[in-house]
Design a protein around this ligand. Sequence first.
Ligand code: PLP
Length: 381
Amino acid sequence: MTDYIPNRHRGLYPLDPSGLIGRAREELETPVLVVDLDVFEANIECLAAFCRTHQTAWRPHSKANKCPEIARRQLAAGACGITCAKASEAELMVNAGIDDILLANQLTDTARQQRLAQLQRRARVIGVCDDEIAVAGLAAAAHHAGVTVPVLVDVDVGLERTGTAPGAEGVAVARAIDRAEGLELLGLMGYEGHVLNMTPPAAKVAACVEAMDQLVMTRDAIAAAGMCADVVSAGGTGSFEITAAHEGITELQAGGGIFMDAMYRDAFHVTEDLGLALTCLTTVTSRKRDRVVVDAGFKTLSAFHHPPRALGRDDLELQYLSAEHGVFAVQPGGDGPRLGDRLELLVGYSDSTTFMHDFMVGTRNGRVETVFEIAGRGLLV
Ligand SMILES: Cc1ncc(COP(=O)(O)O)c(C=O)c1O
């Protein structure tokens, strides 16, 4: 019998996931996201240790997990805080007791600027700005709330997404923050997302170093103008080894590496020191000729950034995901699984997968030991 329980965030759960604790993997209904706890814990320690070695603070991005319990585990491993993408995610994390957060997206509307200001009463939540108009809005919100909001300048280091140009434009926004009553300039950030899939490796290293050079050059210019540039925050899983080793980087934002996935491994060539911790357990629901269909389609998994792949099955290649079907072709010479078999899929990109799920089960020695609620699922504002 399936129990229906109210869910604080989104209405109803199909079943109370905590009831899964103790259950054997083979007994789990599919599809279900599974975190291998031994690998996951080793990944957290690997990233934390890497940051310790390079004397860089670790502020893992939480967008791939949206899970306060995972944030707590990262803090326990030595993270200085976490990074969030949305104001509502930051609120969720503050409500869960996380008290040091970088909200890495500029807020431009009054309501959200006021929410960021209000959060300062309960935690340190650092904002980012790349525009003097947003600086003025955030300063007004801080003044209205009677608080001081810590802020980083967001610098475009080559991704061409958000951020000031390196150098003078960054200094100008820094000056606006520095002069604004109610804001405290802490330094700057820049995300080098454009280098992740570059090949050969030497080209990726060169592009990443160039990006970080731009960030550090901007830091020097801000400091030379007499302002604070103590925090230099950067880095993702796809380039963390290069970024964290760069002179002047004080904080690493790499987050998804706690899970690892097919894109990080196959397209970004992330070190094998990080193991494959997040998979999706599926069941073969149709087996015809050279075709295998599993019970996980694009409402369970995403192939948008990178396709999922069947672990330990070189004889299968993903053809496509429809809403509730994952269709694989059996390669010539391969047997393929049988109807009803379990198929473990390595997710293509953890970030574009987890947010579709209410929870992930954490397993050890073949049994569910914990359930990670993806409490930030649906928090988009
Ligand atoms: C601001 C920012 N920092 C860091 C990252 C890297 O995150 P991850 O390590 O989860 O790939 C991203 C990814 O999009 C990002 O937008």
